[in-house]
Write a protein that binds this ligand. Sequence first.
Ligand SMILES: [Zn+2]
Ligand SMILES: [Zn+2]
Length: 234
Amino acid sequence: MTLILVTLGILTAGLLFGLVYNYLLMYTDVFKNIKIRSTQLDKPLSRTEFFKRLPLIGFNILSLYVLSFFGLWMGQGLFDMQWAGIGIFVLHFLVILVVDDLMFYIIHRSMHENKFLHQKIHSLHHQASQPFPLDFIYAHPIEWLSGYAGALVGVILIFIFSPVNVWAFWTWALFRSLHELDIHSGVRSIVSKYIPLMAGAEHHDFHHQRSKGNYASTLIFWDLILGTMLKKKA
Ligand SMILES: [Zn+2]
Ligand SMILES: [Zn+2]
């Protein structure tokens, strides 16, 4: 039960942080000097647009809680709840991160290159052309839930060799939520510029503006090696 409660607690903490961040961007100018978009929609209009997206965001949050609850209930045996040392922690964290990120890239790119998938599923997420942080949850429910398939594959891959260190999983879950909030914020990333090959908010923000290229979420090298990196604006 600890696994489920802590994981849902981490998801909730990420959402609460997102709520505060969203509020600050919608109603204040505290991030005015580090905003990426110079042509952002005026606030009343962008707020109205965002509120229209809230019902789907709410539905997706609920789906994630239900799916996480039952998924973790069934998958409790995959995890080692003990601290297994820094080496195992880092290794398991990186495996989940890289596998999840590669799957995100593949699914995301497919949703742009396949017309049917784009029109029926992914175009919904792109209705937020100038997203707020919580817009990372504004996606077709199929896309939203498929976004967590990569973590499942990563966990199963690790389990082939040994139980998954739960601290690595929890750290990844927190990192994933905060990173998604960051790349949809329209505010320049502070942390990512110090981490080599990590995509900041500018990378995904540019994707939302162009709706083509820059398909990676966290690791910029998927776009670099697979030739989908967008050229920076002049
Ligand atoms: Zn997005
Ligand atoms: Zn996209």
